[in-house]
Ligand binder design. Structure first.
Ligand code: ZN
Ligand code: ZN
Length: 155
């Protein structure tokens, strides 16, 4: 019995049926996102923006994008900013400054709570090396102090 081209063709057709859009798109198990490109980090252009961003990251309680003070229980959305040209940093922003994409991404979910100040925090679906929900460095210190674990301090 000789295997003819018909049989090979049938096998290939069956394989294609199993993965309809396989060609050209490698299926790598790199994470939970499905063909979704994360939004690019926001740029930081002015000194004023830089000051708001660093103040928000350091102490929390204000929007990193516009500097607006936030109420104690006001939710924040964690956005990424390009503080330098190389590495994006995460900072909390108010709902007024959250992009429509960020709002859509976090819309159907319950917020997490900052481990330092209990403020509701929304993170993007795509997570970046995060273990605890913390809105700022001050809250990290607060959390660490509460746990009495000074070794976990970060510079
Ligand atoms: Zn804002
Ligand atoms: Zn906090």
């Amino acid at each position: 019995m000789v295997r003819g081209p018909d049989e090979r063709g049938a096998v290939r057709a069956a394989a294609l049926r199993l993965s309809p859009r396989a060609p050209g798109r490698a299926h790598r198990g790199t994470g939970s996102r499905e063909g979704e490109v994360p939004a690019a980090p926001r740029g930081v252009t002015t000194d004023e923006q830089r000051a708001w961003l660093s103040a928000a990251r350091r102490c929390g309680g204000r929007c990193a994008a516009c500097g607006r003070p936030l109420a104690a229980d006001e939710p924040v959305y964690v956005e990424r900013f390009m503080l330098t040209r190389m590495v994006p940093v995460e900072a909390p922003i108010g709902a007024e400054c959250a992009s429509s994409g960020l709002l859509a991404e976090t819309g159907g979910r319950d917020p997490e709570r900052c481990a330092g100040c209990c403020r509701p925090i929304y993170y993007r679906a795509v997570r970046w090396n995060r273990r605890l929900a913390l809105c700022s460095r001050r809250c990290r210190y607060r959390y660490v102090a509460a746990r009495q674990a000074p070794m976990a301090r970060e510079g």
